[in-house]
Design a protein around this ligand. Sequence first.
Ligand code: NAD
Length: 359
Amino acid sequence: MAHDVTFIPGDGTGPELAEATRRVLEATGVDLRWDRHEAGIDEYEAHGNPFPDATLASLKRTGVGIKGPTTTPVGAGFRSVNVLLRRELDLYACIRPCKAYEGVRTRFPETDIVIVRENTEDLYAGIEFERGSEGNATLRATLAQLGATVRDDAGISIKPISVFGSERIVRAAFEYAIARGRRKVTAAHKANIMKFSDGLFLEVARRVAPDYPDIEFEDRISDNLCNQLVSRPEEYDVIVLPNLYGDIVSDLGAGMIGGLGFAGGANIGKHAAVFEATHGSAPKYKGRNRVNPTALMLSGAYMLEHLGETAAAQTLEQAIAAVIRKGEKVTYDLKPARDDPTAVGTSEFADAVIEEMNA
Ligand code: NAD
């Protein structure tokens, strides 16, 4: 069966990573019909909009996209394409598997965890009141009436966590665990400190967990989780977290498996899913055929799984793992020294993965 997929190359090193990924996905033999659309800084500079309506319309039509990284200018400029995407398509679940592959230098070779991060609420909801603003003064006055004093030189960010948002992300974690044969879900929080936001998240997780009797459930305070992840990573499996902790623990997980070059991921909603690497556009390497395409290729394998092409997803993942294990036709970041002359480029890494799949 043919699958329509929106293909967004992105900017910076995005297009070369996306091209390498497109080639390995096609080499699996799965019939993918690409609907190519632009997003990112190049599109902004050319046509004044980093996230064209046509790109969004295509994602709404196909329901599945693969996306190279896109640059977000710091300070002035435009809003993050990724934030817009998650909001427009309500991609509430960010799923980031962190598995250490043999051949990658890491102090945590036993790591095989999956981070399930809530994508829409928490301190990232964008409800902020600038120091000195009228809104800030109004809010502080209301808080004062409620008996809560906030200094008048404070900036304020609000942390909403709802039953609705918590329930759907906790269920997403359990559903993921069941579908992938995982054994345990750990909910991470600071319910000891933030009783009405993180406390609610934990309360919902505890209420939902018995609906999935075959999956073990536990909770951890998030600072303790970080400590335990780097001392006993093998004890963790699927970890579900509110937005902010999920963001931080995702990078911890990426570090544990050898770096951002290996961390793939997916943003999933009820009506659409967009697959992309955790890392950014690494603009200093743009056009140099140098960066490691593993993270986006793995995201491509997760996309195949999502499309029900499980065998092809496994073939692709195994081929990537074999290339990394052999350590010959790999990019500079996988070599013992960064200036190793035997390192290959992004495109040749893709060739090696295709060779492995055809072997
Ligand atoms: P980055 O991840 O792009 O790069 C940081 C460093 O990590 C690079 O200089 C490089 O040394 C290394 N690196 C990253 N990806 C690599 C790869 N595939 N192979 C080898 N090395 C790799 O982070 P940044 O420099 O903070 O961000 C650059 C831009 O990307 C920013 O505009 C940021 O907003 C954006 N960004 C986009 C996304 C996304 O589109 N999903 C995610 C994060 C950051």
